[in-house]
Each structure stands twice: as structure tokens, then as C-alpha cells.
Design a protein around this ligand. Structure first.
Ligand SMILES: [Zn+2]
Length: 144
């Protein structure tokens, strides 16, 4: 399977292609905030929230001391199996880290966030960025 840096080079090369295609086709209809939301999701999906969080990978080391958050995930999911499912693997990771973040928020503030800081559309675009970055990871794994 390709290493962490191979995945990064592949994903960022694909990102350049995606950005050029967006520019050539209909970038006028995509506002800057949507592009930034997509880029942020794509970056997280490439460098931090990757399918390889199911093993002692470079991705999990990048979390530093916060890698402890991913230990239960690593124990539950065996490497290269459901965590590497094209769609559900990503959805499970997003739900997993979202529940932890909400849990920490609740412990700190004794309540859940009352509303969204960002518009829902940017949250969806952000998640699409993570999903596409993770899908490219799984596709590259399948090819090599
Ligand atoms: Zn992988």
C-alpha cells in the first residue's frame, strides 16, 4: 500500500487538477467561501482524517497528543477493512470525531452548541472535501 507521503502527493496533485477544472468550467458560480470550505475539508481529509487512522500511521502521529482520541477507533476497526470503504469509512470517521468534539464541548460548557457557526451549505461542502480526499486515498490503495 502507498505510504503517507505518496497519498499526500497524489491527493494534492488531484486537488490542483480539481481546482483547474473548477476554474475552467464554472468557477464564477462557486464563491470563495465554498472553495475555502472544500479546501479545508480536503486538507483535513488528506492529512488528518484519513482511512489509515486504523493503524499506527503517520496520519495518526500528526494528531500529536490528541492521537489518544483515535485509539478506540484503531481498536474497533481493523486495518484496510471497513475503514477503507469508499463512502461509509469516511462517514464513520466524521461521525466518530464529531461525537468526540461534541462530547468535549459538552463537558466544557455543560450544554451543546445552540446553533451553527457556519451556514449548513459550507459544512456540507467541507464534508464533501473530506469524502473526496478519503475516496482518493482508498482508490490509490486499491491500485497499488
Ligand atoms: Zn490506506
Amino acid at each position: 500500500m502507498p505510504g503517507y507521503n505518496t497519498h499526500r502527493i497524489f491527493n494534492y496533485s488531484a486537488f490542483i487538477v480539481i481546482a483547474v477544472l473548477l476554474y475552467l468550467w464554472k468557477f464564477q458560480r462557486i464563491d470563495l467561501y465554498s472553495f475555502l470550505a472544500f479546501s479545508a475539508g480536503y486538507y483535513l481529509g488528506t492529512d488528518f482524517i484519513t482511512p489509515d487512522l486504523d493503524i499506527e500511521s503517520k496520519a495518526i502521529k500528526r494528531w500529536g497528543p490528541l492521537k489518544i482520541l483515535w485509539l478506540p477507533y484503531m481498536w474497533i476497526f481493523h486495518h484496510g477493512q471497513s475503514s477503507h470503504n469508499l463512502i461509509s469509512g469516511t462517514i464513520v470517521r466524521i461521525l466518530y470525531i464529531s461525537l468526540i468534539i461534541l462530547g468535549i464541548y459538552y463537558v466544557l460548557f455543560r450544554s451543546l452548541p445552540s446553533g451553527m457557526i457556519f451556514s449548513y451549505i459550507y459544512v456540507y461542502i467541507f464534508i464533501i472535501g473530506i469524502v473526496i480526499a478519503n475516496a482518493l486515498h482508498v482508490i490509490l490503495d486499491a491500485l497499488f
